[in-house]
Design a protein. Structure first.
Length: 344
């Protein structure tokens, strides 16, 4: 009954089977294998464009590498104040870019508002030798509050960023959850809306350790190849990252897994909303729920063995995954109702 994160979930059987099957025999190393070639072709097909594809093993590396090709050492990356890049990457964006500055923006429901970005860039100090130079926008889909930017919101942000000469990066750690939530195509949610480079997440949604940088601007790709090697993410046995991604993206598995996670979050939210005194903080667009439990209820749930994270003093974060059991969701709702009644 662990709702702590989608990172606590294991890996999808299809992904593990692909790893076992693909482990036999020899294959060329460092990405020159046929599996990696097939993954690139599949991603190009899914995104309906000639993107360049770079598998990496962690989201942090993907995000920081993406920023490193968009932003010089004297540049600035605009991001949400609560973003993974700003809060949870231990300075990797600054490290990989060689010292660029993250410019955190506040924004309701975990999202950057177009007007706020426009205002910040209008005072961004472009051309002033005393200021870091605005170079990139990086935002997260789903956001860290579990909300999805609509395609129109993405296009508005990207339009403003491009208008000021910035490149645009999407942290898609939960890309599939957002895609399912919006019901749009991968192309509509990315390059057609102005995304230049995407970190396509796999690990949280059924892979073991696999993400892919998807580059929609060919001129960024050459440098990225060298930077990935330098960052230690050009795997000698690349086939094992690619095998995961291949199985993940085959036959719509990634979308089925994300749809399951999202459905469990919706089920949990609906159940919790029936319990008096329980408040859900943000729109539940995907697989994450932020709940204000009364303290006694929060403690009671933890004591009863339900795992979830303490987001801040008021909110707990509960995350559903590709393998969340609906019975666990129902058990959590029932326990919340019982503890709330007792506390009343
Ligand atoms: C929004 C977001 N971006 C990126 C990541 C990738 O992190 P990691 O480097 O742990 O794979 C995470 C993981 O928690 C995340 O939540």
């Amino acid at each position: 009954m662990n709702f702590y994160s989608d990172n606590v979930a294991g890996a999808a059987p299809e992904v593990l089977a692909a790893l076992t099957e693909g482990a036999a025999g020899s294959m060329m190393s460092y990405g020159a294998d046929p599996v990696t070639a097939r993954v690139k072709a599949r991603i190009r097909g899914l995104f309906e464009t000639e993107a360049e594809v770079f598998p990496v093993a962690t989201g942090t590396a993907g995000n920081a590498l993406a920023m490193s090709v968009l932003c010089p050492p004297f540049g600035a990356v605009y991001c949400h104040a609560g973003s993974h890049a700003q809060v949870d990457e231990c300075g990797a964006p600054e490290f990989y870019t060689g010292g660029a500055k993250l410019m955190p923006l506040e924004g309701a429901n975990g999202k950057i508002a177009a007007d706020d970005l426009d205002r910040a860039l209008a005072h961004g100090g472009a051309g002033d030798v005393h200021h870091v130079q605005p170079a990139a926008l990086s935002f997260t889909q789903l956001s860290e509050c579990g909300t999805a930017y609509t395609v129109a919101e993405i296009a508005a942000l990207a339009g403003i960023a491009h208008g000021h000469g910035l490149g645009v990066h999407m942290d898609g750690a939960r890309f599939a959850n957002a895609l399912v939530a919006l019901g749009c195509s991968p192309a509509e949610m990315t390059w057609k809306a102005g995304i230049d480079i995407l970190t396509l997440g796999g690990t949280k949604n059924g892979c073991m350790a696999a993400e892919a940088l998807v580059v929609f601007k060919p001129e960024l790709a050459r440098e990225l190849g060298f930077r990935r090697k330098r960052a230690g993410h050009l795997f000698s046995k690349m086939r094992f990252l690619s095998l995961q991604l291949e199985a993940y993206l085959a036959d719509g598995l990634w979308l089925r897994l994300a749809a399951h996670a999202n459905a469990q979050a919706a089920r949990l939210a609906a159940g919790l909303r029936t319990v008096p005194g329980i408040e859900i903080a943000y729109p539940v667009d995907g697989n994450q729920i932020f709940v204000a439990f009364p303290p006694a209820v929060r403690e009671g749930l933890a004591a009863a063995g339900f795992g979830f994270s303490t987001w801040d003093e008021r909110l707990s974060r509960l995350v559903c995954a590709f393998n969340t059991d609906p019975a666990d969701v129902d058990a959590l709702v029932t326990a919340t109702a019982r503890l709330s009644e007792k506390a009343a």
